[in-house]
Design a binder for this molecule. Structure first.
Ligand code: NAP
Length: 282
């Protein structure tokens, strides 16, 4: 591709730029952030070849990555659409897919294409300063496939994302939201609730002294960006509410078993989780 544009240059957009530039394919990386300061920083870090605050510059790109906060992805797409060249492909990196993909696919003008995306990679710190060229190395990158998805556009995005070091998995948006709701959004809700319960459990200083690696590992994601978390919860309501209900049921069962001192059931509950989790990260 001659030119790839990245709209929104934070942790994810900046990391895409750094890796694309590092590949040295000869294609140019154009950055379109919100603030002049971010543009300067992206150029300094070598995350883009050129940049502008003018969204109409997307007209030069064959492929556009939208890497803004979730609730800005559709408004940004609406701003981008009038400027797209024929054959241009737009993809995004938003953590929820249902609403974004269904509205985006419907709004693309003839001869331009949208492919929804979500890299399953990230960290607690956001902003261009936190960007890393190897953020996506070996990580799953979900691309959405629906009856409206253009096959050639999907394959092109797959090729570029593969070049970023990621392993592409094609999933429909509804399944994406259900599965990612269970492995990403529900754990965030649980981790945040856990931290808030622990903070109220006793003297803050003592909690700090006693919270060791187990607490740190099980609550790491609670240190993430609250705005990103809020947007994930708000835009994946159906799946998240389903999972929260299931979690509540499981906790109530455990509570009952503990009250009844049913050691067999308690151990079976723990063992079921251990057996599944031990196989996840071999
Ligand atoms: P981030 O580091 O905060 O970056 C967001 C970027 O969007 C910033 O560069 C910001 O610009 C820019 N932006 C904000 N408002 C804008 C606007 N009105 N117009 C243009 N640009 C605007 O966030 P991030 O972590 O990269 O997240 C971006 C997307 O990646 C989200 O949709 C999120 O769901 C997805 N994602 C995040 C993670 C993660 O772990 N963080 C993982 C997977 C997917 P300024 O720098 O100028 O303020």
């Amino acid at each position: 591709m001659d030119k790839i544009a990245i709209v929104g240059l934070g942790l994810i957009g900046g990391s895409i730029g750094l890796k694309l530039k590092g590949l040295g394919t000869g294609g140019k990386v154009l950055g379109i952030p919100r603030r002049e300061e971010t543009l300067k920083k992206a150029l300094e870090l070598g995350a883009i070849d050129e940049g502008s605050l003018d969204i109409s510059k997307v007209a030069e790109a064959d492929l556009v990555f939208i890497c803004t906060p979730i609730n800005l992805i559709l408004p940004k797409l609406a701003e981008i659409i009038p400027h797209l060249r024929k054959g241009a492909i737009v993809t995004d990196v938003g953590s929820t897919k249902g609403e974004i993909v269904s509205k985006a696919e419907k709004s693309m003008p003839k001869g331009t294409y949208f492919v929804g995306g979500h890299p399953m990679a990230g960290k607690e710190v956001v902003g261009i300063e936190a960007a890393e060229a190897n953020l996506f190395e070996g990580k799953t990158w979900i691309l959405t496939q629906t009856s409206k998805t253009n096959k050639a556009a999907l394959e092109k995005v797959e090729e570029v994302v593969g070049g970023l070091g990621a392993k592409v998995v094609r999933i429909d948006p509804k399944t994406h939201d259900l599965v990612v709701g269970a492995v990403s959004h529900l754990p965030l809700a649980a981790a945040v609730a856990l931290v808030n319960v622990a903070a109220e459990a006793g003297e803050k200083e003592l909690v700090g002294q006693c919270a060791a690696s187990g607490f740190r590992d099980s609550t790491r994601i609670a240190s993430g960006d609250p705005v990103l978390g809020r947007d994930m919860f708000m835009t994946n309501r159906v799946a998240l509410l389903k999972h929260l209900k299931a979690l509540r049921t499981r906790l109530l069962e455990l509570e009952k078993d503990i009250k009844k001192q049913d050691s067999g059931k308690i151990e079976a509950f723990l063992r079921q989780a251990k057996d599944f989790r031990d196989k996840l990260y071999i």
